[in-house]
Write a protein that binds this ligand. Structure first.
Ligand SMILES: [Mn+2]
Length: 323
């Protein structure tokens, strides 16, 4: 249950702004937009990164229709709500975190590494997704839940649980899904937009991820790489990298899957996944990242080939000798 003081603070907010994490995924977008739709404040807005948004997820903005906050609007916010953002450095706000850290920050998240950086924190690392938390919040607060809001939350939960195939999908998660479907979540449209709407450019990007997938560490680590040139050759941008790590992850018998993609020259984004027996969060943390037990990420500075070698060496020694 969300704490009563959280609901009071959200009910009392006059001009709240809601932000997610940089390169927002379905869960972050769903949680931001849904919260933006249900908060009672007459003046509310979300911070949306136009340029850093995957093309495939733009439909969520069309559905959500919450006013967008620019830097000036963020500056006059009385409350800053962050959702699905594991740390202050991950929050997508214009400029630096130091410019907003004095605001009344409400931190709602499900990342185990979240350091409770808000004035009010509701961090539930056992929850499947931030969208599941927003659903529980809406029910507890008694805010009205329409079909569009339900669809946004349904999408976030579906995506963060990989379509209910991860152990984070609990009985509570399915109860939330039932509530969302009853409230009018459009199951078919969410499925179509998330899984049957790849732009040909994104398809080309997936082809490259398949092509570049390799096995190392006696077949226990599957990884793929995308250089900036390969991303651009496919007609995409680094913002289009979201869940392509599911491609190396789909190989049988592996314990760790990784996608290393060049975010900009000299900066490599590493998406990490561990199988059910392998918690890769310590590996991500040792590289300077964070996330969840079995799904984490990190950005590593350095030339692509050097970072790939370093991260692979790290992962191989993390697993230790094979049995
Ligand atoms: Mn999430």
């Amino acid at each position: 249950m969300p704490p009563a003081e959280l609901i009071t603070a959200l009910n009392d907010a006059q001009a709240p702004v809601i932000a997610g994490h940089t390169n927002p995924d379905v869960d972050a977008l769903g949680a931001m937009l849904a919260l933006g739709r249900v908060l009672p404040a007459p003046d509310k807005a979300v911070v949306l990164p136009g340029r850093h948004l995957s093309r495939r997820l733009r439909f969520m903005l069309d559905w959500g229709r919450v006013p967008m906050a620019d830097a000036a609007r963020v500056a006059r916010a009385d409350v800053l709500v962050t959702v699905d953002a594991a740390g202050p450095g991950r929050v997508s706000v214009p400029g630096e975190w130091t410019a907003v850290e004095d605001k009344f920050v409400i931190n709602i998240d499900h990342h185990v590494t979240n350091p409770d950086y808000g004035r009010l924190n509701w961090v539930v690392d056992s929850a499947s997704s931030s969208c599941e938390l927003i659903y529980r919040l809406i029910v507890a607060a008694g805010w009205s839940l329409d079909g569009v809001t339900a669809s946004l939350l349904y999408a976030g939960i579906h995506a963060d649980t990989c379509g209910f195939t991860l152990p984070t999908a609990s009985a509570e998660t399915f109860e939330a899904m039932a509530g969302l479907v009853r409230a009018g979540a459009d199951v078919e449209q969410v499925g179509a937009r998330l899984y049957r709407s790849h732009h040909p450019h994104e398809f080309d990007l997936m082809r490259t991820v398949y092509h570049n997938t390799r096995l190392v560490g006696d077949g226990r680590i599957a990884y793929s790489t995308l250089t900036l040139a390969e991303i651009q050759a496919a007609g995409c941008t680094p913002a289009d990298i979201d869940d392509q790590v599911s491609i190396p992850r789909s190989l049988s018998g592996i314990r760790i899957a990784m996608l290393l993609s060049e975010a900009e020259p000299g900066l490599v984004r590493v998406n990490l996944r561990g199988d059910e027996s392998t918690e890769i969060l310590p590996l991500a943390i040792s590289l300077g990242g964070g996330g969840h037990a079995h799904s984490a990420g990190v950005r590593v500075r350095g030339p692509m080939d050097e970072v790939v070698r370093r991260v692979l060496d790290h992962a191989v020694s993390f697993l230790g000798p094979s049995a």
